[in-house]
Ligand binder design. Sequence first.
Ligand code: B12
Ligand code: SF4
Ligand code: SF4
Length: 342
Amino acid sequence: MTATLTALSEIARANGIDRVGVTDASVLERTRGDLEERRDAGLHGGMAFTYRNPQRSTDPQRAVPGARSIVVGARSYAADRAPRRPEGFVASVARYSWADHYAELRLGLEAVADSLRSDGERALVFADDNAIVDREVAARAGLGWYGKNANLLLHGAGSFFVLGCVITTARVDAPAAAEAPFAAGCGSCRRCIDACPTGAIVADGVVDANRCLAWLLQRGGNLPVEYRVAVGDRIYGCDDCQTACPPTVRLGRRHERAVPDAAAWVDALELLASTDAELLERHGRWYIADRDPRWLRRNALVVLGNTASRDDQAVLATLRHYAASTDAVLADCARWSLDQLG
Ligand code: B12
Ligand code: SF4
Ligand code: SF4
């Protein structure tokens, strides 16, 4: 059967999705080449995700055999205010994780998929999944354009959006694409490149994951010494190439949502005193390599070295405790932080 984008958009919007578009289900040829080229050059920094099997992650037919269309949805995570920074030694969480926007996005997309399924079609939801490259399907659906920071900036709305899609066997008719009323493209701007604390944007639209704090804080293993100061107070994710982006900051205001204070900050000392089970319960929806809470402790130790006061006895006791640990990574980070605090 043939569905219309107008009808599906109404369902999506009624279920928390801000922007909707559609594209066909052909192979994402350009991105397949980009993934292979960047992986061969080592820019993936050991990431698996979509890099593990680019033949699969760029072919919608592998996700849903017989697929004809991809309905793409975007949900804003722009916050209506800066959450209050609590007292104590707190570590910051990137904006896209201040609330579970992926869960909300998936719910909205499931409503769209349900409607397609009720017409007898196959329809599966993907969001931040290894099966398909989200930015490229969103770009092809006409939702936005790539910035030099590699993020997809939505027309007239910036990049504070999470992206997902429904891959379906249905044919989805879209009204003829109107010319976007907003200018696309970065022009001579390069603020994100200059703002990146580790120089990870190595060419326009190309991020070297070996240097990107978002990846270094997620992956397993040690934090490279040369990037520990740049970690600053971050425990999860990094926003600098987006908070430096003029269209994202200005236009993001059009799609603001309320956020809880607590979700933006994590008490570093409390984290370091918590059990594995407590950490997984509190932060389980984050991507943590191998679901191993050691990596959260590693990050928190480095945050203390960057932000704590050298006179704080509780901080020193915690760092000394970890410096004596048999865990080589945690001991190394704790010693580094003790050195930083003098
Ligand atoms: C791997 C991954 C990462 C990696 C690597 C990111 C990267 N840029 O390579 C790490 C862990 C570092 C990461 C970090 C972040 N991520 Co991430 N990540 C992914 C994931 C799982 C796969 C991305 C992928 O395969 N990319 C393929 C590569 C080839 O694409 P690309 O890097 O975007 O490159 C494109 C441009 O180079 C463009 N291009 C080509 N030629 C040219 C030329 C010019 C001049 C320009 C400008 C562009 C351009 O084409 C390429 C695509 O073919 C997706 C989810 C998914 N399933 O898709 C989320 C995803 C991309 N991440 C997302 C988010 C929110 C983030 C962070 C903002 C989180 C944070 N605050 O810490 C940061 C942003 C870092 C950054 N500047 O990109 C969102 C992005 C939403 C958006 N509006 O763009 C996604 C789509 C998740 C989601 N479903 O919402 N991420
Ligand atoms: S997320 Fe942070 S470290 Fe990664 S490219 Fe953007 S500014 Fe650089
Ligand atoms: S900061 Fe400037 S160069 Fe970077 S993505 Fe935004 S508009 Fe483009």
